[in-house]
Design a protein around this ligand. Structure first.
Ligand SMILES: [Mg+2]
Length: 335
């Protein structure tokens, strides 16, 4: 794969781009549209009346990218995706960011980490975890498996277990990891990436603790169909919000992320713009859509000014993303 380095770097910066771009969006698309007078077309600070992101500076990543980069670091250090590395990375992130009192910890992650800290078995601490955290952090697993969606799916299952061990959550994470694995290929197409996502969603749904939840596969299909319908962009996003959804529920988040990826034709910046205006859990939909888009289009598709702004942020700087990309590349080509 000739452009593998550029695509891995694109996947990691795409993750951060979609996360930070969507951070200031509100819960409803009309609220976002009214507050910003139209599309969000740059990095903005978290507004004062935002329930979760109030006070964050423009260009700040959130829990999505911090967890993804923490996993990347641990998987590089451990030489692959293991349960131990996953536990280590998530508990370490939780403690470093003041998890017990932080607003940014999702419900499944909090439940899982608290059970891990009580000394429970990591194979069962995630048995009720069904929200979108497993998919928001899974991009490095896909990046470790260029051209190998089946390998990405197997490792994505492992990355879910300690906090998101339900079939619903595993389905969403496997969809994203498999899509990224295929997006890294030189001859990847939008259709091939979506097909890999559907494969991951279906195979992932057969794993883990059987739980209640809509089909990730069907939500991806629904979102892609809305993305390709003929109404204007804002109307399509409104339909996606109303029908597919953008709450913390895994089928909603992952379905909409694929819809945004398709609507943007795989362009990371355009995906960030659409995810932000889609609203709801916009930073998470954006992080996933843009990680896939970044892996698909490569780092050269992300304008240098965006990369510079992301690099200037003190939280992003803690993770040394270019070094993570080197570490992932070295492991990916060893297989
Ligand atoms: Mg977030």
């Amino acid at each position: 794969m000739k452009r593998l380095k550029e695509k891995i770097l694109g996947g990691l910066y795409g993750q951060a781009l979609g996360d930070a771009w969507g951070m200031p969006a509100y819960f409803d698309p009309d609220q976002t549209w009214d507050a910003y007078g139209g599309w969000i077309e740059g990095f903005l600070p978290g507004p004062d009346d935002h329930e979760v992101h109030q006070g964050l500076p423009a260009g700040r990543i959130t829990d999505d990218s911090e967890q993804a980069f923490s996993l990347a670091r641990a998987y590089i250090a451990h030489g692959g995706v293991t349960l131990e590395a996953t536990v280590e990375a998530i508990v370490d992130w939780y403690d470093r960011t003041g998890g017990d009192t932080s607003k940014y910890v999702g419900p499944s992650t909090r439940r899982g980490v608290q059970a891990l800290k009580r000394g429970e078995d990591p194979h069962t601490t995630g048995r009720m975890g069904d929200t979108n955290g497993a998919a928001m952090r899974v991009s490095p697993v896909g990046l470790l498996h260029p051209g190998d969606p089946m390998g990405a799916i197997e490792d994505a299952v492992i990355s879910c277990i300690p906090t998101h061990g339900t079939n619903v959550a595993i389905s969403g994470a496997c969809a994203v990891a498999a899509a990224i694995a295929v997006a890294l290929m030189d001859d990847a197409t939008i259709d091939a990436v979506v097909a890999a996502g559907l494969l991951g969603a279906e195979l992932g749904r057969q794993r883990g603790n059987p739980w209640l939840g809509a089909s990730v596969t069907r939500r991806i299909e629904m979102a892609v169909s809305i993305a390709r319908s003929s109404s204007d962009a804002r109307a399509r996003l409104r339909s996606m919000y109303d029908i597919v959804g953008t709450s913390l529920a895994m089928p909603e988040t992952v379905g909409s992320a694929f819809g945004v990826f398709v609507m943007a034709d795989g362009d990371p910046q355009q995906a960030a713009i659409y995810a932000a205006n889609l609203s709801g859990d916009a930073d998470t939909v954006g992080a996933i859509a843009c990680a896939i888009a970044g892996a698909y289009s490569g780092i050269e598709a992300i304008p240098q000014a965006i990369i510079d702004t992301l690099n200037q942020d003190e939280i992003m700087a803690q993770y040394d993303v270019p070094a993570l990309a080197e570490g992932i590349y070295a492991q990916a080509v060893k297989r």
